[in-house]
Structures are given as C-alpha cells and as structure tokens.
Design a protein around this ligand. Structure first.
Ligand SMILES: [Ca+2]
Ligand SMILES: [Ca+2]
Length: 141
C-alpha cells in the first residue's frame, strides 16, 4: 500500500508546529523524501495540516499522519481517501472522505476532532475535505 507520511514539528519551541515534512511510503518502506516539486504541490496541504495541531516537540517524529486512497472497484477514480493520525505505530484517530458516485466530489466525510480544539464540528470536516482534495491532486487524479 502506498501512503504519504506527514510529520509536523515545533522546532522553534513556541507551542505550535512550524515545519511540515513529507515522505512517500510503500508498505512500511520509505520510498523517497518529497522533492521540491512535491513540496510546491503540497503547499496548501501543509498549511491545512498545520491547523490540525498534530505535531511533535522539536525534531520528534512519533506523531504523524498517514494518508492514502482506496479504489476497490479499480475504475481509475478513488472512492475513499483515508487519514490515519498516528502516535508512533498506533493510530490515535482516523478520518475519511468518500466519493460514492465517482464524480470527484466527496459526499461523505467521516471525522472526529481532527484539529484537536476539543470540538468535533464542521471545521474538522472541512479540514478533512481539504486534505483529501489536496492529496488527490498530488496523485495526479
Ligand atoms: Ca461524488
Ligand atoms: Ca475540532
């Protein structure tokens, strides 16, 4: 399975994340680090991800996101984008965006409090949607 690993860090120690890193994985193997072109394409993704406040102090890497798409019907257009917010190897919480009729628009957003502000609401769903959209753009679909 391919996934994009996203790691936010608070390197300046100000109590909020200031750095986002991206790595491409196949199963548990690191395939490659993000290139400058990838970073350019992931700019809006990174901005939204920083708002999720799922980050590490200093240069820690325990907390991260694994995002991937699923296309069980193999029709060339992904049905589901899944977001797994990890604490090390453990999934701390999850979200998903589903395009049920393959028209490129997500009908269903499953999410809890992804931005960690203590409330699960519309803002969380809009963040999940934005991350899923930006991720699919990177995939070139
Ligand atoms: Ca749809
Ligand atoms: Ca929230």
């Amino acid at each position: 399975m391919h996934f994009l690993k996203v790691i936010a860090q608070d390197r300046s120690g100000k109590g909020s994340a200031d750095t986002v890193g991206f790595q491409f994985f196949e199963d548990e193997q690191l395939q490659r680090e993000a290139t400058d072109t990838d970073r350019q394409r992931l700019k809006s993704f990174g901005k939204t991800y920083l708002k999720c406040a799922w980050y590490n102090a200093g240069e820690g890497e325990e907390r991260h996101l694994r995002i991937f798409s699923e296309n069980p019907s193999a029709d060339g257009s992904p049905e589901t984008v899944r977001l797994h917010f990890h604490e090390g190897p453990t999934i701390a919480y999850k979200a998903a965006a589903r395009d049920l009729d393959n028209d490129g628009v997500f009908e269903l957003i499953l999410s809890s409090d992804v931005d960690n502000d203590g409330r699960a609401n519309r803002t969380d769903r809009s963040r999940v949607k934005a991350l899923a959209k930006a991720f699919l753009k990177l995939d070139g679909r």
